[in-house]
Design a protein around this ligand. Sequence first.
Ligand code: 3MF
Ligand code: MG
Length: 344
Amino acid sequence: MANQYKFSFGPWNIHCGADPFGPVVRDELSFDEKLTFYRKLGFEGVQFHDDDAVPDLNELTPQQVANRAKAVKKQLEDHGLEAEFVAPRLWEDPRTIDGAYTANDPQHREYALERSRRTIDIANALETDLVVLWLAREGTYIRESKDSKKAVDLLVQAINAMLDYEPHMRFAIEPKPNEPMDQAFIPTTGHAIGLAYLCNDPSRVGVNIESAHAILAGLDPSDEMGYALAHNKLWTVHLNDQNGLKFDEDKTFGSVDIRRAFNQVRILETYNYGQNGEYVGLDVKAMRTQKSGVSSKHLINSRRIFLRLVDLVRSLDEQHTQDLIKQRDYEELDFVILNHLMGG
Ligand code: 3MF
Ligand code: MG
């Protein structure tokens, strides 16, 4: 049976184009307006930051947070959508300036944990069993400011506390080597999976692999996916593209290196990614130059490119490929792949 893929994105992927050097350039859409886009664009899963679901949650009691999240669950149902995951937004509060779970101030670490408990409550109310941990500020601007051995111990303690808090929840770490930090403590898939095995219930700790994050670490995203698949820990993906080592660009999937994108789709397809309900998540950003009204093309195009690449994976002459591997004729294999990608 050929794989059927389900697609997801987060409300932050429809945005008004502000960057660190300039203000918004497009109309801001409300959360409810954004929800109307999903089905139209071919998506059924919504990825959430905790405060995408419950704005200003720090001002609310845990019961109020859960009640508001339940109302969002109803909103999703009205649109024929489901929540894929919820992620704690641990990088904007003054108490996470020096990191969240690895902050040097114990009160700030306690804030991060309490906030994460609310994230888990929201995930329960939205009826998803997946929390994504993008460890945005768990790292350093200068090496001497934190102890990297202690940082790993603190991350394990924090994840253990979350595992204890909700015995059904799974946690997918989203590694990224830099930005906003100079050096992140969990920069790659290998680091994330190593961390998973240090936790009390490794079967509930996996990864979310983002193409651009792997590229920023100088790695091939499809190899990172293969590594996670070998550990049964690839629970979601953030597909996009990245043009070299610069700021995190979140470009349309395949737009920089179509062969690199092909190989990501190929490994997902080969190992039946999605068979346990995993989504194809697209963490892409529209260019600042795009006008209001046409600012969701990056999403529709990323999905189209993914599906075109699925067709190319399926139509590749596997027998021929295997014969060339047997003969060790990798020059010819190189040509066969390029020719296939060029429609040959
Ligand atoms: C940063 C990211 C984040 C995460 C998101 C969900 C804003 O580079 O990729 O997107 O994906 O926070 O975990
Ligand atoms: Mg991401």
